[in-house]
Design a protein around this ligand. Structure first.
Ligand SMILES: Cc1cc2nc3c(=O)[nH]c(=O)nc-3n(C[C@H](O)[C@H](O)[C@H](O)COP(=O)(O)OP(=O)(O)OC[C@H]3O[C@@H](n4cnc5c(N)ncnc54)[C@H](O)[C@@H]3O)c2cc1C
Ligand code: FES
Length: 276
């Protein structure tokens, strides 16, 4: 049993909880995730390790209440318990000093890009952040990313805050600056987490500019041990399992259309229990 120590609403339908899970905290690395099961009747859902404190033995999870389990998780309060927290799972993001890294997060993906951005910064890179949300009220972690990024660019779809548009618009502007300049160069790496259409759009843009891009994929996961096959994706024409081979993959090789379709596989069943 894993006790919830803190809870805070960050934005409409986006909540941050800190959970006492010392063994997970001790081994956590940027890019990894946990599987949680709320109670003995609960399903397994994956959530990214948004932060951790090895000394206090806590991990931070940030989740968007989109369906049955995330809504139920949102009803728990400090002092309540989560039955199982399994992890850390997945390969950590490959962090090394390579020069300039642009970290892009969209929606709740901003929570997932934060520890990766921090790790790239700690490794000595110049880190530029681009974060996007549908509107100002859905934007999270601006202050935390400001602290670690050399420059932070913010977009909102509706223009209610900062630059109106998508993260790809801000990225294209950065590329345009490089194109017109004699003393700036293209980034050495782009790291991107967010909704599938966003990751696909970023990937199409960076392919055109030949900038290496890594995406963290979010397929439906059940066992997260590589046995059930529910998280299978096609990368470079081969079948891979997001849980044990990923979650990070070379964006240029990912079949995003297939991933988008597979994420809707259980939509009818999910919709049926949404009202429960
Ligand atoms: C590696 C990984 C890390 C993730 N990290 C986060 C995170 O930090 N914060 C966050 O808010 N969300 C994260 N997600 C997505 C999160 O797991 C889903 O939103 C959650 O499972 C939805 O469950 P539900 O019952 O609330 O909603 P449902 O109504 O059951 O599902 C809503 C949508 O979520 C997706 N989904 C459903 N079940 C799963 C599942 N078992 N695995 C993956 N996706 C599923 C489907 O696309 C579905 O249409 C992550 C997913 C993966 C694969
Ligand atoms: S979740 Fe079952 S194989 Fe990946």
């Amino acid at each position: 049993m894993f006790r919830i120590a803190h809870k805070e609403d960050l934005a409409k339908d986006i909540t941050r909880i800190t959970v006492e899970a010392p063994q997970v905290a001790r081994k956590a690395q940027a890019g990894q995730f946990v599987i949680i099961i709320i109670d003995e009747r609960g399903e397994r859902i994956p959530l990214t390790l948004a932060d951790w404190d090895k000394d206090k033995g806590t991990i931070t999870l940030i989740f968007q209440k989109v369906g049955f389990t995330t809504k139920k998780l949102g009803t728990l309060n400090p002092g309540d318990y989560i039955e199982h927290v399994l992890g850390p799972l997945g390969h950590p993001t490959e962090i090394k000093k390579i020069g300039t890294v642009i970290c892009i997060g969209g929606g709740v993906g901003i929570a997932e890009v934060y520890p990766v951005s921090r790790a790239f910064k700690e490794a000595g890179n110049r880190v530029l952040g681009i974060i996007g949300a549908r509107s100002k009220e859905l934007l999270i972690l601006e202050d935390k990313l400001q602290e670690i990024c050399d420059e932070l660019f913010i977009t909102t779809d509706d223009g209610s805050y900062s630059r109106k548009g998508f993260v790809t618009d801000a990225l294209k502007e950065l590329f345009d600056v490089v194109e017109k300049s004699t003393h700036t160069k293209y980034p050495d790496l782009i790291y991107c987490i967010g909704p599938v259409p966003m990751m696909k759009a970023v990937s199409e843009l960076t392919r055109a500019y030949k900038v290496k891009t890594i995406v963290s994929l979010n397929p439906i996961m059940v066992d997260a041990t590589g046995m059930c096959g529910s998280c299978r994706c096609t990368v470079g024409g081969k079948t891979v399992f997001g849980c044990v081979d990923g979650p990070d993959f070379d964006a240029d090789q990912v079949d995003f259309d297939e991933l988008g379709k597979r994420l809707k596989l259980f939509k009818n069943e999910e919709d049926k229990i949404k009202g429960l």
